[in-house]
Design a protein around this ligand. Sequence first.
Ligand code: NAD
Length: 486
Amino acid sequence: MPEIKPIFDAARAAFIQWGGENISERVAYVSALRKVIVKNLDSIVDCISEDTGKVNMEALNSDILPTLEMMKYYEKYAPRILAPKKKKTTLLFYNHDAYVEYKPMGVVLIIAPWNCPFQLALVPLVSALLAGNAVILKPSEITPKVGDLIGALCQEAGLPKDLVQVVQGGKDVGEALIQGRPDKIFFTGSGAAGKNIMAAAAKNLIPVVLELGGKDPMIVFEDADIDRAVEAAVYGAFAHGGQFCVAVERLYVQEPVLEKFVSKIIKRIITLNVGTAYDCDFGPINTQDQIDRIEEQVQDALAKGATLLTDIIKQGSLVYPVALKNVNHDMKLMKEETFGPLLPIMSFKTEEEAVALANDSPYGLNASVWSRDTKKAKRVVSQLETGNAYINDVIKNIGNPDLPFGGVKQSGFGKYHGAEGLHTFSIETAVMVNKNKTKREINWFPYTEELAKTVRGLITVLYTDLPLREKIKILLRMRRFIKTLQ
Ligand code: NAD
């Protein structure tokens, strides 16, 4: 177990310097880091693949690209996002200005998962740095090499000493770091760990963002482009072996096109290449726990009447894609996160039924709706209990840097990406400026009968539908009184 106090002492010392830098200095460091990442692209891809079992293409697509995209976006927009924002004042505050100012919080603890160890550490890390904080990163114990690599890349980019510290270890190290009292915790991982982290953070009222698991629905209407939807379903369910929080885990297809859809999906699934070679579509399942969970969910579904559409093939940690039909919401595979290559397919008749099925889940992370009728798709999205949604595509909506990302229900709370991604790592101070034009204020002592009359008059003028002429009479009387204050 590493000693926690020196880590926080060093982080706080680094913060004092860094928090005082102006935003263009911080942006310059991020831009240096972006260039270092591109320079080391090949070794980063290899390191991610080695630690996670991801095929190279997935390391590029789901780890490196979204990280670079987010960095580039913030380099351009962070100065504007973090600049003070002017706010409106109402008539009650006629002699005031108002604005919100964004200040660094201090030391941010980022606890990252194994499945996208580069993106899900670096995006919050860069966001926290740009907002002026020092960072302590605890990578997953499953992907320590990527954790060390992130530390090395920060060094190569010339980031100030101890501004980013990578602390390796598992749950116990994570717990000890929370006891070190960071100023904010940004957690990505399972719901079970999220609950423990929130409970530990509550002891010192440390604010947390929880980015947790999902059970994302894909809803395909009969008027969708079926061939495109089939491709997307196969990609969404099986990319990285389904080990994405935003993998398609439930597929709902409108009844008239179900059989056609199912036969196309079976044909497509059997062409998938599973293995570790460069041209494979996806690689191994990362832990035995996950393999056990996949098997348990399949057996539970089969015992309750589901039909297999593919063979069950397992070679060591390689689990081949499995699709099932005749599934229902009494089965675990429709309720619990799988995090593996399972695609359960269910039919629906009406728009209302599709919405009800999609919302019948403890989770609310991402969802996709497929139709050529965009108005209908948007109407459906408006009724979904989800933090994020995509019309006519899957997964990569989360890579649009200007959109806030985060879940609802058991998928967590709090947002990052976009402006929210910098504000979440900031102290937002709401400021009022009294322009100092009167000797005293109307609400100050002494409380007199005349003052009470004026306040009542104000309430009548502001919040009733009294005829304008009557309002003007009250305002003139008030003005005489207010003048006596000046
Ligand atoms: P996990 O919860 O097992 O571990 C995540 C991290 O938390 C690891 O670094 C682990 O060491 C640490 N940890 C665990 N318990 C802790 C505790 N009590 N105190 C402090 N730290 C603790 O998750 P995982 O297996 O690495 O990742 C898979 C899960 O993450 C899935 O549920 C997936 O859906 C979710 N996920 C969510 C998102 C999102 O953006 N919402 C993204 C990726 C993964």
